[in-house]
Design a binder for this molecule. Sequence first.
Ligand code: FMN
Length: 331
Amino acid sequence: MLKIGALSLKNRLIMAPMAGITNPPFRQIVRELGAGLTVTEMVSAVGLSRGHQKTFHYLESVAREKPVAVQIFGADPVIMAAAAEKAVSKGADLVDINMGCPARKVIKNGSGGALLRSPSAIERMVTAVRKACTIPLTVKIRAGWSPEEANFLEITDILEDCGVDAVTVHPRFVKQGFSGRADWRIIREIKKRLTIPVIGNGDVSRPEMALEMRKETGCDGVMIGRGALGNPWIFRQILDLEKGIGAQPPDLFERKRIIRLHFSLLSRMMGEYVAAKMMRAQLLWYTKGLPHSSRFRGAFTGIKDINSMMTALNHYFDTLMESEKLSGDNA
Ligand SMILES: Cc1cc2nc3c(=O)[nH]c(=O)nc-3n(C[C@H](O)[C@H](O)[C@H](O)COP(=O)(O)O)c2cc1C
């Protein structure tokens, strides 16, 4: 169990916020498969403050995925405080502030990772948001702007002093983007210094690595991003490893069930057309390494309506299950 402020999570595993991916359908699936907490993709504080309907959609969640954290990004303390209030009023269980995004359109406005270059701006912003936010508040940071500006200890001291309830650390520099490796030693250094919970993040691509991260860094929670793409079962696999049970990959039946569920939740929420587009990327991850998967994905590309997609999906998996059964019978 992990406690973040007044919020008790049922375990220490958190699905990372991912733009374009951690929408309600995906969050529901990883919750079912064991994640203790999920986070919305980053939501623009300016968009919320201007009342943009599209931005408000990002705050929507369903009961089955609770608890949900809403991640906001922005540069202005007053606007960020107002955005946090909106998130609370829409039912968020936790507010998270993005201080790591390296995307140009975010940093050019002084938001996301750009904030790490200005500790005084961080102090002003977090003080304002803390005052406005009546629920647990966390901040997700990187190690600093660049190796020359590796100010993570200064930043995390400020965050703790401002009353943040936990900090998530993705130990790459903003200028690094996603290149190189996450340096878990940075998580350990921060953990040694702070009294609030520290959540480690970065490069946990296999279930065993979550246990390794906790052992190497002493972190209180582990956040997983890319490792859950195509393998939302990673959370259950980690929980099994913690119990001393081997981490089993899902069988074909379970794989098919989750892909179908993902697809139908997406199309219910976004309509067939958008769901089909989104599902193509998901299928690439879900079927990676399976027999004849590239041929199947190629065939899938030309299909635009959901019924034909489901039929193609069923056919592919039924064929795989049949040949698995045959090879089992012949063994
Ligand atoms: C496609 C994609 C979208 C992301 N979107 C966000 C986001 O909206 N907010 C955020 O804080 N981090 C975002 N991240 C970063 C992840 O939350 C995470 O910190 C990073 O991927 C490292 O963890 P991992 O190695 O487990 O993937 C994104 C990463 C990817 C690959």
